[in-house]
Ligand binder design. Structure first.
Ligand code: ADP
Ligand code: ZN
Length: 437
């Protein structure tokens, strides 16, 4: 149940002492090893961190942003000479120019410990055969999970993404018990498995270790039902090293943070003010162990909340709730702020509707409008006009009452919306295009 039980269940008092000591050391390390942080810390009056007396003094340290990474692309935030770096990764570039992560040998070792914790908490053991269907390459997801799983002693198949036929062949022929993928790709594979004509009893799949994009509990339930597996979620990003930053325990009431290596905070994304336990805001993370590229107070742009409540699983580390999404993905439609995940949670589970959807935002007469395209499960419904209309109305009304959101619902033929092998791109924003009139 645990990979590093002593650390994962460490009494909070000890954990907080450890964090304080590591925070001081990290600030001093950043100050002495990178010109970027030295300048920032001097300007803020924090200096080399010797003035830090308690964890809350972290508030005097300036934030680091994605733009800082981009402005100092590729190696400006690196704290060691290149000959100590043994690996380079880069982000998927979902929202712009990729950001770079560099690793010393020690960084890689700690990283795979963190991933091993998440995988063990998600149910993986040395007896599992795990297919890693994340795209191998610069993306941290695939190699991150790969080495973490090897550390547990699980059998790893570096399948990479794509080539669905081959994915299914390996599932069957190799007796795969665990799948590592994005929720979108797991959903895609689950449809392929259904269509392939082999009953699920031909497969030994039992676990899904999914992550790298938001996944609502409704979407998770759908994937579990389709593949007859148990799904756990894990979170991370290139700037912090990759996956393994936080992950579900068997309770699945929030993902435990690896708090001995990462110090989380929640802030108001508008004002930068620090928020309290349970309050939703932007996640900010300080690395406590990284050598190659340490990060002070990184603004992740991900919206979530933290709880320090004891968890029945015995782990003492803080838990973060499933992210609502990135601040970049928040839609403001006629004054209502919504995340695609909120829409997803309303759509999925509605009878006759599949888990595939697309959000199209337009600007008409200086007002934003939202069209939601949703796939029908059964094409026959398209001919039953009255039922179709009733379904459209009920979706429209539920979105309106749950989210206060007025949207045009378009029901489309089964299997017509795009499927994704990596992270889903469900928003089509046409607002910067010329007015349609
Ligand atoms: P990119 O920003 O280009 O997608 P990364 O591959 O480093 O680069 O992805 C990190 C981001 O992916 C996170 O900041 C977060 O938005 C998203 N992410 C990763 N894991 C999860 C997860 N379990 N739940 C929700 N979002 C996630
Ligand atoms: Zn727990």
């Amino acid at each position: 149940m645990f990979f590093q039980k002593d650390i994962e269940t460490m009494p909070r008092k000890e954990l907080l002492e450890l964090q304080l000591q590591k925070l001081k050391a990290t600030v001093a390390y950043c100050y002495h090893h990178t010109a970027f942080y030295r300048e920032r810390l001097d300007k803020a009056g924090v200096g080399d961190g010797s003035k830090i007396k308690q964890l809350s003094d972290i508030q005097y340290i300036p934030y680091t942003t994605k733009d800082d990474f981009r402005d100092h692309y590729p190696f400006g935030l690196m704290a060691v000479p290149m000959n100590q770096i043994v690996r380079i990764h880069a982000s998927s570039g979902t929202t712009g120019k990729p950001t770079v992560g560099v690793y010393t040998r020690e960084d890689l070792d700690i990283w795979s410990d963190c991933v091993a914790r998440v995988a063990v908490a998600g149910g993986v053991t040395a007896d599992d055969i795990v297919q890693v269907s994340f795209g191998y390459g610069l993306f941290t997801g695939a190699l991150g999970l790969h080495y973490g799983l090897e550390k547990i002693g699980a059998t790893v198949i570096p399948a990479s993404s794509g080539n669905t036929e081959k994915q299914m062949m390996m599932f069957r022929d190799f007796g795969v018990t665990g799948l590592v993928a994005t929720p979108s790709y797991a959903l895609y594979l689950s449809e392929a498995v259904k269509e392939a004509g082999y009953p699920l009893s031909d497969y030994k799949l039992r676990l899904g270790i999914l992550g790298s994009e938001p996944c609502t509990p409704q979407m998770r339930d759908q994937i579990e039902a389709n593949l007859h597996i148990y799904v756990s979620d894990n979170y991370g990003m290139t700037e912090l090293g990759g996956p393994g930053v936080a992950g579900d325990c068997p309770e699945r009431q929030g993902m435990h943070f690896a708090e001995d290596h990462f110090l989380p905070e929640i802030i108001d994304p508008e004002t930068g003010e620090r928020l309290g336990e349970g309050e939703q805001g932007e996640l900010v993370v300080t690395t406590l162990s990284k050598v190659g590229m340490p990060v002070l107070r990184y603004r992740t742009k991900d919206i979530t909340s933290l709880t320090y409540e004891p968890c029945p699983c015995g782990r003492t580390h803080a838990r973060m709730s499933k992210t609502a999404g990135r601040t970049d993905d928040m839609l403001i439609i006629k004054g209502v702020n919504v995340f695609p995940t909120q829409i997803e949670s309303v759509l999925i589970g509605t009878p006759h509707i599949g888990p595939h959807y697309r959000l199209i935002v337009r600007r008409k007469n200086y007002r934003d409008t939202l069209e939601i395209q949703v796939e029908l499960v059964n094409a026959d419904l398209l001919e039953r006009y009255r039922e179709l209309e009733a379904l459209q109305h009920s979706l429209h009304d539920r979105l309106k009452s749950v989210l206060g959101l007025e949207a045009k619902i378009t029901l489309v033929q089964p299997k017509t919306l795009e499927r994704f092998q990596g992270k889903a791109k469900r928003i089509l924003d046409l607002r910067n295009q010329p007015e349609e009139g």
